[in-house]
Design a protein around this ligand. Sequence first.
Ligand code: AMP
Length: 126
Amino acid sequence: MPIDPTQPYDPSNIFARILRGEIPCKKVFEDEFALAFHDIAPQAAVHVLVIPKAAYVSWDDFSAHAPTDTIAGFVRAVGTVARELGLVEPGYRLLANVGADGGQEVPHLHVHLFGGQPLGRMVAGG
Ligand code: AMP
């Protein structure tokens, strides 16, 4: 079910529960700004989710309302994860779904990091 990105942050969402340690994840990186873990249903050889530790519903909410140091810390963390996974030289793709047309299902900002194989077309048809 796509989420409505205009709704207030819901602290019961699954990524908030992962951040609180209530649900396990396959962690690949953590710092003061971000947590990165393997997607439970990978769609590429490498499919990692990077989420801010702060509570923002979507890229829209985050870009509009997060403090500058929080945004900078998160963006740097995404880059660090890709670098630590050895994806810079072969290349990778970042994706942040927002709302219904974007297909966003979890109402806590997450950036998908795909790699480990040629990724094909930028946007799937259909
Ligand atoms: P989106 O459609 O952009 O909201 O993506 C949500 C992603 O979260 C999907 O790729 C799911 O496979 C993934 N996901 C859902 N629950 C979990 C979980 N418990 N651990 C890791 N990934 C999850």
